[in-house]
Ligand binder design. Structure first.
Ligand SMILES: [Zn+2]
Length: 184
């Protein structure tokens, strides 16, 4: 199956998750449309290496968590969302690193998989959103009329406008350029 057009410009896993609902300003396009998509996203986000069958029971919950994270990061704080976010964050569980020996008795690390890898991975995204909210980071929405992607603004002057210059910034500049030349 062709890879979906994931975008990783959010700057954080929780923001990238929010951006799996695309074109939010123009009706919205669901990228987490099936279990296979969720498994693919979790793998590419390096949160969990899981199959579609493992992801399937969590598909709906993942979309709900995504919208909870979006509301919270946009400052719409209510008790129900905070409870949901905390409940998810509590499901993040990384078993402690284990030591293994190779046949030549060299020490190597073994990273055990959590018992519920999908729940744990979504929990990691929730925990990331909590951390992000408590940081002085600026979370912005792309200035494009159509895009709606969210991103963490790390520009020195905290004045980044576009999710990415290549995708939305250049398009806007071209439009401004065209408008200027039309009037002169
Ligand atoms: Zn954009």
């Amino acid at each position: 199956m062709a890879m979906r057009d994931w975008i990783w410009d959010g700057g954080r896993a929780s923001v990238d998750l929010v951006n799996t609902l695309r074109d939010r300003k123009t009706g919205a396009r669901e990228l987490l449309d099936e279990a296979d998509a969720l498994a693919e996203w979790l793998r590419l986000a390096e949160l969990a290496d899981v199959t579609a069958a493992q992801a399937l029971p969590y598909l709906r919950a993942a979309r709900e968590l995504r919208e909870t994270i979006d509301r919270v990061l946009r400052g719409q704080l209510d008790e129900a969302d905070v409870d949901a976010l905390n409940a998810w964050a509590a499901r993040h569980h990384q078993p402690p690193l284990q030591l293994r020996l190779t046949p030549r008795r060299e020490p190597v690390a073994h990273v055990p998989a959590p018992e519920e890898p999908v729940a744990s991975a979504l929990g990691a995204a929730a925990a990331d959103a909590i951390k992000l909210l408590l940081e002085p980071s600026a979370i912005r929405i792309c200035a494009s009329d159509t895009c709606g992607l969210r991103f963490v603004d790390r520009s020195p002057a905290r004045n980044r406008q576009w999710c990415s210059m290549a995708r939305c910034g250049n398009r806007a500049k071209a439009r401004q350029h065209y408008a200027r030349h039309k009037t002169t």
